[in-house]
Design a protein around this ligand. Structure first.
Ligand code: FBP
Length: 347
């Protein structure tokens, strides 16, 4: 006997389940921006989403995973590689390499850029990534992430590979990160604001959880590894002193995973800093696949990002793995930092 006859009300499932997934959001955004687009860019971002799902699952089951622990090998950064660093790198290479539209890939784990498709017409995109940021925190179950940055291979003819890759951050057409924390989220921008999606494990898809995110104009949290404070530049030590003696009662929060520290700064405001130190006189974080994508997100969310001299996104890169000082955060704290940089002795 039909539902109606039994007095049950037929519930229109589709209408209520109006979930906005990552894939749907990307396609809708691109259709609005480029109605005649062929979907190639969406297909690329879908590849990044797939890779982050696979990596996230392996991170979740780390204690059970054969990829756990250090491999004893040293990467181009001079860092000991975790098994999951290599796993995540391979997953991204496979997921992006199989898209059919990615020409060049550059990873924190590989010395040189990798050519996937020589011809710029077919391999029209460049993707740079940090496969597993903060991986030194894996064994202690602290949040880690994957950071990505996408460029076009505009005007590639006759250019050496590395020249094609070394574009300023202003040329990014997309950037974002996945954070493998209490939940798995993807945060991304294509220059149309910053949007965050949370993985629904039951459905296995990323669902829109924050759209058009705005970094608070001020936040009473500063984030820096103070263990190195004695070797920070004078302007930075004075700024730190101001933060700690200010009536605004700043609190210190430092996780030691850039993605996790930035995600908190994006949501709660304040400032994250990795200044030059005696050990890393150029700063520790890498311009192309850490600072640039984070800076693009920060500026898109109304925040700011500098290397202490100028905007991160205007830094002209010299080498693929170059390091830069990174200061990123709310306009109030960044403006105060600027004052210390410009007039270091009396502010
Ligand atoms: P990788 O793990 O990708 O090399 O990242 C570097 C990193 O772990 C950042 O995530 C973090 O912000 C920073 O280094 C922490 O450095 P330190 O231990 O010197 O404070």
């Amino acid at each position: 006997m039909a539902f109606a006859a039994q007095g049950f009300e037929r519930v229109p499932i589709v209408a209520e389940y109006n979930i906005n997934t990552f894939a749907r959001h990307v396609v809708t955004e691109q259709q609005d921006l480029h109605p005649s687009a062929r979907g190639s860019f969406c297909w690329l971002l879908n590849g990044i989403e797939l890779a982050c799902k696979i990596i996230g699952e392996e991170v979740r089951r780390l204690g059970l995973s054969r990829a756990a622990g250090s491999t004893g090998t040293i990467n181009v950064q001079g860092e000991e590689q975790q098994g999951l660093d290599i796993f995540a790198n391979k997953v991204l290479m496979d997921c992006l390499g199989s898209r059919g539209n990615v020409g060049l890939l550059a990873s924190e784990e590989n010395e040189e850029p990798i050519v996937m498709i020589e011809h710029p017409e077919q391999g029209e995109y460049i993707v740079m990534f940090d496969p597993l940021d903060g991986s030194s925190n894996l064994d202690v179950n602290v949040s880690v992430g994957t950071i990505f940055s996408v460029y076009r291979r505009a005007g590639a003819h006759g250019k050496a590979l590395v020249e094609e890759v070394l574009q300023t951050g202003r040329n990014q057409i997309a950037a974002g990160y996945a954070l493998y924390g209490s939940s798995t989220v993807i945060v991304y921008t294509t220059g149309q604001g910053v949007h965050s999606f949370t993985l629904d494990p039951a459905v296995g898809t990323f669902v829109l959880s924050h759209s058009d995110m705005k970094m608070p104009a001020a936040g009473h949290i500063y984030s820096v590894n103070e263990a190195y404070a004695d070797s920070f530049p004078p302007y930075c030590r004075r700024f730190l002193h101001w933060l700690k003696s200010s009536d605004e009662a700043y609190r210190l929060r430092y996780i030691g995973s850039l993605v996790a520290d930035f995600h908190r700064t994006l949501l709660k405001g304040g400032i994250f800093m990795y200044p030059p130190t005696s050990f890393f006189p150029e700063g520790k974080l890498r311009l192309m696949y850490e600072a640039n994508p984070i800076a693009f997100l920060a500026e898109q969310a109304g925040g700011m990002a500098t290397n202490g001299t100028g905007a991160i996104l205007d830094v002209v890169p010299g080498t693929l793995h170059q390091r830069v000082p990174l200061f990123v955060g709310s306009t109030q704290e960044m403006t105060k930092l600027r004052a210390f940089i410009d007039r270091p002795l009396k502010v």
